[in-house]
Design a protein around this ligand. Structure first.
Ligand code: ZN
Length: 220
């Protein structure tokens, strides 16, 4: 069975929405994620259902089948391993790799990705802190908290970012925020929920609520 790049991207989108919403995925959510009209989503869903990669009932929504789930997991594995390779071995910055990985994830061939995984020493997280499923499709989960939910005085180590957009990551670079640094919440402004934080025990900065919501830390 051949699966096109577009079909792969839909599987990945469905997987990611299901992960967040924890129920059958609706056509409208897929249309929003893929930036396309609901009508073209319906066509695609029919094709994926014919290939038995999803279960699709018009008014209930979409669920991945076991095969669909395996394929989506593999795609995410490839995407994130390529991101590690681009950052660690080719010297790209963390805000430069997502679009390249979107292309590389579609290169076919299991031996290639297994060798890449070996070459990189089986990394468990990508440059944005997202978990990389292993060859058996197993994930490593961590108990992370959004900086926006910390109480004054609490601190944690930054382990992930929930937004991978280039402007966001470049902004973090500017203010000295990177994975592995310590962030302590000092105070919260009632008016707009912006937070004052101390970075690495030194610099103090104010973060908007939106920025704070997209920073994930392990408390400690
Ligand atoms: Zn990415």
């Amino acid at each position: 069975m051949t699966i096109t790049t577009a079909e792969e991207n839909y599987l990945k989108a469905i997987f990611k929405i299901a992960e967040k919403e924890d129920k059958a995925v609706l056509t409208n959510s897929i249309a929003a994620a893929m930036n396309t009209a609901a009508a073209s989503v319906t066509d695609m869903l029919k094709r994926l259902a014919e290939k038995q990669l999803i279960k699709y009932e018009k008014y209930r929504g979409v669920e991945l089948t076991e095969d669909g789930n395996r394929l989506a997991t593999t795609l995410i594995r490839k995407h994130r391993l390529w991101e590690v390779f681009l950052v660690e071995k080719l010297g790209f910055a963390w805000d430069e790799v997502h679009d390249l990985a979107e292309q590389l994830e579609h290169v076919q061939g299991e031996p290639l990705i297994d060798r890449l995984d070996n070459f990189l020493g089986h990394p468990r997280f990508d440059p944005h802190g997202d978990p990389i499923p292993d060859a058996q499709g197993r994930w490593t989960f961590r108990q992370q908290v959004r900086v926006s939910l910390l109480q004054p005085g609490e601190k944690g180590i930054l382990t992930g970012v929930d937004d991978h957009a280039t402007p966001f990551l470049q902004y973090l670079d500017q203010i000295g925020v990177a994975l592995g640094i310590e962030i302590q919440l000092l105070d919260r402004t009632e008016y707009d929920q912006s937070v004052q934080v101390r970075i690495s025990g030194k610099t103090e900065v104010t973060l908007s609520e939106k920025v704070a919501q997209n920073l994930l830390v392990i408390k400690g």
